[in-house]
Write a protein that binds this ligand. Sequence first.
Ligand SMILES: C[S@@+](CC[C@H](N)C(=O)[O-])C[C@H]1O[C@@H](n2cnc3c(N)ncnc32)[C@H](O)[C@@H]1O
Length: 284
Amino acid sequence: MESHSLEKFTKKFYEDKREFLEENYPGISLHRLMQELQHYSEDEQQKRFFDSLEKGVPLEYIRSRAYFYRSEFIVNENVLIPRNETEILVERAAQFANKLHRSLDERLKFVDVGTGSGAIALSLIQELDFPVDALATDISEDALNVAKKNNFFLRFKYSKDSQLDFIQTDRLAGVTEKFHLIVSNPPYIKEEDDRHKVHGQVESYEPHLALYIKDAKYDQWFTDFFKQVDEALLEEGLFFMEGHEDHLQGQKTLLEQFNFTDVEVIKDYTGRDRFLKGIKKCKN
Ligand SMILES: C[S@@+](CC[C@H](N)C(=O)[O-])C[C@H]1O[C@@H](n2cnc3c(N)ncnc32)[C@H](O)[C@@H]1O
């Protein structure tokens, strides 16, 4: 479409579908739509863009790209679209790692559990200007394929001596290495109790494996996870996890039953409980 007629068409589309667009794309403006359209030069691509918008497909999935922290990541329907609030986790983990590095006489080792697009692991490794050994796990092979692609394209952004490996496993099952830092944004929505709070667009398009845990298995899932974390974390190492505002206080009590100290629930920028942190205790 000619740029003038494309602009006219988009304006009319925006006005006609305003209510639907505002419901599915909170805060969307005509200007933003025009910006997104700049990624599509061919008629066929533009048509596909409008068709996807009419279905409510998240913009990130339409373009297969999402911004997180300092990079653009490839995303598809097999991975969660990385969220702004998760950037706090990267920031805090990077602060810890930078400080710890100064007192270490070995390479710092970290693991990202449930890596999805790889957004956390790759952003964190970029924040560290020293070589590290990192691991990223996910139970989904399809998600890991996306993470590996992102690693391929972002490899140049981190120390060439750093090593980032990927393994398909259930949380940390079978991982025998020990780490100075364990980060995770695991699935944390209770499939039944919490579902009503999930936006329709998230429910329809994002992978349920990345979002939900069955209510009946929820507490056991985190008990098993914390046990693995306890075993895999080196003394004085940090565990930093994103979680659900309704369950983090309970999970704080649970984590305290393992070998952790300084266990804290941390809020996000909107003032909601969003993260759980703990330091692995020293034995003596
Ligand atoms: C909330 S998403 C987080 C994705 C990414 N880390 C981020 O922050 O954008 C949770 C991820 O955990 C993975 N996952 C779900 N169950 C898992 C399990 N038992 N073990 C490992 N990964 C799991 C999902 O496939 C998904 O990629």
